[in-house]
Design a protein around this ligand. Structure first.
Ligand code: HEM
Length: 431
């Protein structure tokens, strides 16, 4: 008898509470049922996979058996973007996108990222921010536009781009099925998509003539002569811009929130941030800025931006010894295993020094996912986050005058629900 014939369906966990406290529900579900169980999520029966061992098995079984499950709306808006592709087309598109987002291209992005982040941090130090997450979202949007498209914040095109991008983002919240066709924001988003594609094509033609130090020149070269099946670069650019902004904004926000509540770590991180002015390239050197990197790792652990990544079984698959029939919705949480006390003692505490002292290993973190669809932008996301943190902490120590966030939403990325007043308290008198 085959393994799957012997296996039964995964155990069922009671419904309820997921929207308000997804991590609590997942933790309880795995404590009671082990790495694999099922329960309704957003009204759809879903097999949830968690724990370190569970994710290892999931990623091992993924190719050819599990596909990213995207709605009709996502297929419509994003076309042949990476996460809508499967099999060889998907691998080929990843191969072409990767070089612009990692490795030897990153040092070239540092001056542009600093140019975008420095004035924003100086403004926070002078006037504070009425809503930390809202402002950080604008910052990561501007950083992504600068690095991916070469659009500087002072350019006239920056305003048009930001307005169209916002309309496109709004459309991703339209009804996912046929009802989208009756939604005004869906149609506004389709119009914005058309204009954004035209803008990408114009900028691509310009960097062909004169490279501008952005990722676009590398991407244009990588997609010249690419087979149509890997999708047009315009579709991939929209996906990269979306993937980059919300998640990175979430990570930067939670780093600053945690540092505001932990002065000793904030002071150590600020001392390191001040060295970045003398050596800007330290933000891309893996052996530099150990305290800031430990803050980054500990925040990924405690505040993974994504709560669930969703797949569909395209054939029967066995996970954790249980049968998962074809057509089943399967999901994993990138936080799976982040709160295991055996791996991370006192898992609820913010203790970046656990990564400094070598008690914890950042490779045990899944915040950027894993397997066939693991985040392609991780190196760039970490670079943007470290740059934003270094610029802010150089100005002063983070403070939350109205206290930490009391209400949190988990989707599309973990963020405070209410406006969060924020200031940077200067440590030395201005000279
Ligand atoms: C803190 C920031 C970020 C986090 C936490 C994050 C997290 C993730 C996760 C968990 C996945 C896997 C989704 C899945 O399994 O279905 C993913 C995929 C992806 N990410 Fe990120 N991401 C971040 C930033 C970025 C940036 C800056 C970019 C690009 C500029 C990017 C581009 C992508 C792309 C293209 C995929 C899809 C990969 C594929 O389908 O093959 N991400 N990300």
């Amino acid at each position: 008898m085959s393994e799957s014939a012997a296996a039964g369906l995964p155990p069922r966990h009671p419904e309820g509470g997921f929207a308000a406290d997804p991590l609590g529900v997942l933790e309880e579900g795995h404590r009671r049922n082990g790495p694999v169980f099922r329960m309704p999520v957003d009204g759809v029966e879903t097999v949830l996979v968690g724990t370190w061992a569970g994710l290892g098995e999931l990623f091992g079984a993924e190719r050819g058996r599990l596909e990213v499950l995207n709605t009709a709306l996502v297929h419509d808006l994003f076309g042949r973007a990476l996460f809508n592709l499967t099999a060889d087309r998907h691998s080929e598109a990843r191969r072409r996108l990767r070089p612009a987002l990692s490795g030897r291209e990153l040092p070239g992005y540092v001056p542009a990222l600093l140019e975008v982040a420095e004035p924003v941090a100086a403004r926070w130090a002078r006037h504070g921010a009425g809503d930390l997450h809202g402002e950080v979202r604008e910052l990561t949007g501007a950083m992504s536009a600068r690095v991916l498209l070469g659009i500087a914040p002072a350019e006239a095109e920056a305003v048009r781009f930001a307005a169209d991008f916002e309309a496109f983002v709004e459309a991703t919240g339209a009804p996912p099925g046929r009802a989208r066709f009756t939604s005004a924001r869906y149609w506004a988003g389709r119009g914005a998509r058309r204009r954004l594609h035209a803008l990408f094509a114009r900028r691509a033609a310009a960097v062909r003539r004169e490279p501008d130090g952005s990722a676009l020149a590398v991407l244009v070269a990588a997609f010249t002569g690419a087979p149509a099946a890997v999708g047009p670069l315009e579709d991939h650019l929209l996906a990269l811009l979306i993937a980059a902004r919300e998640t990175t904004a979430s990570l930067v926000t939670w780093c600053l929130v945690e540092l505001a509540g932990h002065d000793e770590h904030a002071r150590a991180a600020a001392a390191e941030a001040r060295t970045v002015a003398a050596e800007p390239q330290s933000v891309v050197r893996r052996d530099a800025l150990p305290v800031l990197r430990a803050v980054l790792a500990e925040t990924q652990r405690l505040h993974s931006p994504n709560v669930l990544s969703v797949r569909q079984a395209v054939c029967p698959v066995t996970l954790g010894g249980h049968l998962v029939p074809a057509g089943t919705r399967v999901a994993y949480s990138p936080s799976a295993g982040h709160f295991d006390p055996a791996v991370f003692p006192r898992p609820r505490d913010f203790r970046p020094d656990r990564f400094l002292a070598g008690q914890a290993n950042a490779s045990r973190l899944w915040a950027f996912g894993g397997g066939a669809h693991a985040c392609l932008g991780r190196p760039l996301a970490e670079l943007m986050t470290l740059t934003a943190l270094a610029c802010a902490l150089r100005q002063g120590l983070p403070r939350l005058p109205a206290g930490p966030p009391s209400r949190i939403r988990y989707r599309p990325a973990k963020a405070p629900i209410d406006p969060l007043p924020f200031t940077l308290e200067c440590q030395e008198p201005a000279s």
